[in-house]
Design a protein around this ligand. Structure first.
Ligand SMILES: Cc1cc2nc3c(=O)[nH]c(=O)nc-3n(C[C@H](O)[C@H](O)[C@H](O)COP(=O)(O)O)c2cc1C
Length: 325
């Protein structure tokens, strides 16, 4: 695929292939709607437990809330049992999912203990069975998101990629850190190139894309077909639009303080809507902090927000902060 080509996964045409990562507790429906409105070609749900889904767990139902603005709807599932994953996949496909992503990279102990997430990097045979079961259960595209390996002595992400492709995965995302690394160190984009050279399915690169120019840099280093952005988009949904402007040879636009405030307020309104008018104080505060993080005086603001006990006071403090910029 040439670098000018668009990303295609199954029948889904995904333009420039800029994707918002799944992040538990962060990429909820409110964030996904904002990211789509700023040009993300695809957004992915927070990870959803296949077991929880099959057992009709309440918190799982919350994670499945969706809105037409986020289409194509992508649900990420995690689990260890092929039959359960297949059943969960059927359920989300019936609910209108357009794509299913399988989490094979989460290093959180609670997930690993279930035999799911990054522990699968140690068991390519199970990867094959899981992907094959889901592939056989639904018509929509199925993708896998994984890491470079389990630890420095087991850099087996490529093996997992081969297993996923052989079992019918339509694309793979590589976050080139090991499970043991968690989020420390630097994402090794050269590893994405290795996977890209070996596999026929589209390869999506992920890790440390925090500035719009990183998108093209990652493509050049790795030849990847799409780019997933996570932490670099928190409080910064402009990154998708800016990367597209750069690609088109234009100077990326910088949001004014007023625009930043408006988008923050829109995000918060969508978050309140999602929480049915009862957002958690912590959730609200962290979203305010995302949007003010890199601005002058944000450390002082962070302290002030920490002392606020009501949403209204937080908003007032933030508005005053923006009026000084
Ligand atoms: C708070 C947090 C939650 C995450 N949750 C998920 C998740 O639910 N599923 C998943 O595949 N990856 C998850 N990740 C990993 C991200 O999708 C991504 O691979 C990682 O943050 C590297 O990309 P970035 O450097 O662009 O942030 C999470 C990361 C963070 C920081």
């Amino acid at each position: 695929m040439s670098r000018e080509a668009t990303l295609k996964i199954g029948d889904l045409e995904l333009g420039e292939g800029l994707i918002l990562v799944p992040m538990a507790g962060i990429t909820d429906l409110s964030f996904r709607r904002i990211a789509r409105s700023f040009g993300a070609n695809l957004v992915v749900s927070e990870m959803v437990s296949a077991e929880g889904l099959v057992r009709e767990n309440l918190s799982t139902r919350y994670l499945l809330q969706s809105h037409p603005e986020e289409k194509p709807l992508t649900i990420q599932l995690f689990g260890a049992e092929p039959e359960v994953m297949a059943e969960a996949a059927r359920m989300v496909a019936d609910k209108g999912a357009d794509l299913i992503d399988l989490n094979m990279g989460c290093p959180v102990p609670k997930v690993l203990r279930q035999g799911a997430g990054a522990i699968l990097l140690r068991d390519p045979e199970r990867v094959k069975r899981l992907v094959a079961a889901v592939r056989g259960a639904v018509e929509i595209p199925v993708t896998v998101k994984t890491r470079s390996g389990w630890d420095q002595s087991h850099i087996n992400g490529l093996e997992v990629g081969r297993a996923a492709e052989a079992a019918g995965a339509d694309a793979i995302t590589i976050h080139p850190r090991t499970a043991k690394q968690g989020f420390s160190g630097i994402a090794d984009w050269a590893f994405i190139a290795k996977v890209k050279q070996e596999l026929k399915i589209p390869v999506i690169g992920n890790g440390d894309v925090t500035r719009p120019e990183h998108v093209e840099q990652m493509r050049q280093v790795s030849g990847c077909d799409g780019v997933m952005i996570g932490r670099g988009a928190m409080g910064n949904p402009w990154i998708f639009e800016q990367a597209k402007q750069l690609k088109a040879g234009r100077k990326p636009s910088t949001p004014s303080p007023q625009e930043r405030l408006e988008v923050m307020n829109r995000h918060l309104a969508l978050y309140e809507e999602l929480r049915q008018g009862r957002p958690s104080l912590t959730g609200f505060r962290s979203r305010l902090m995302w949007y003010t993080k890199r601005l002058p005086g944000s450390a002082r603001l962070r302290g002030e927000l920490g002392n606020c006990r009501h949403l209204e006071t937080m908003i007032k403090v933030c508005e005053e902060f923006f009026s000084t910029l």
